[in-house]
Design a protein around this ligand. Sequence first.
Ligand SMILES: Cc1ncc(COP(=O)(O)O)c(C=O)c1O
Length: 270
Amino acid sequence: MFVSYAPAVILAGGKPVEVPTYEENEFRLSVDDLEKYVTNKTRALIINSPNNPTGSVLTKRDLEEIADFAVEHDLMIISDEVYEHFIYEDAKHYSIAALDGMFERTITVNGFSKTFAMTGWRLGFVAAPSWVIEKMVRFQMYNATCPVTFIQYAAAKALRDERSWKAVEEMRKEYDRRRKLVWKRLNEMGLPTVKPKGAFYIFPRIKDTGLTSKEFSELMLKEARVAVVPGNAFGKAGEGYVRISYATAYEKLEEAMDRMEKVLKDKKLT
Ligand SMILES: Cc1ncc(COP(=O)(O)O)c(C=O)c1O
C-alpha cells in the first residue's frame, strides 16, 4: 500500500483499513480478501494498479470482480493509476472507471510524475463524476489555488507532443530491461522474487534470511551501501519483504546486485 493513502484517509476523518495481498497470486488484490475486511462502515476502496510497492498489475477479470464487490457494498472507488504506462510482457492496463456503470462511483487519480518524469513539478489530474469534481475544485481553490501556470503549459505540451510519447515508450523499454536484470539477480542470490508486471518496483522475499525487513534494510544500507525500503513501511503484510526501485541506471543496478549478493554470501544468509 502506497505510504500516502492511510494518512490521507485519516486527514479526511476516515479510518484506514489495510487489506493484505500475497506473493502466491503475484500480490493481486482479491475479492476474497476484501470480503474479510469490509463492514457496514466502509465507504470507499483505494486500488492501485500497477502497484507500488509490489509491481503487481490487476487483470481485467480482477477489476470486474472488484467492481461487482463495490456495487454490492455500495462503495466509491479511488483508483490510483500513476504507473499506467509502465506495463510489461503480456500485462495490460485497464481502468476500472471504464467498466460498465463504474464511472459514477470511481475517482481515477493520475499524474505527470511517473509518465513524463515531471516529479518535482507537482502536477496531477483526476477523472470523476461532476458532483465529486465540484467539491474537489472548492477544496483546491481555498488550499492551493491552482498549480503553477508554466507547469500546466508544459503538461499540455507533454500530452500533445508525439515526441514525449516516444520518450515514454523508450523509458518503458529501459525499465523493462532493468526489471529483467534485477529479477534474475535477486532470484540467483537466493531471494525468491515474483516477476513484477508493472511500475518500477520489485518486492523480493527476504524472510528466509532470518532477518526482519528493517534489519535486512539496515544491513544492506551499512554493509552494501544499497538503499532498499523495508516491506512493512507499506503495511503489515509487507513484513518479510523489501522494496527495490529500479528507476536508476542499469549499471548502478548491476553494481547494487553485486554488492547485495556479496553481503548475503559473506554473512551466509542465503
Ligand atoms: C502509487 C503512487 N501514487 C501516487 C504517487 C504520487 O505521485 P506524485 O505525488 O509525485 O504525483 C506515487 C509516488 O511515488 C505512487 O507510488
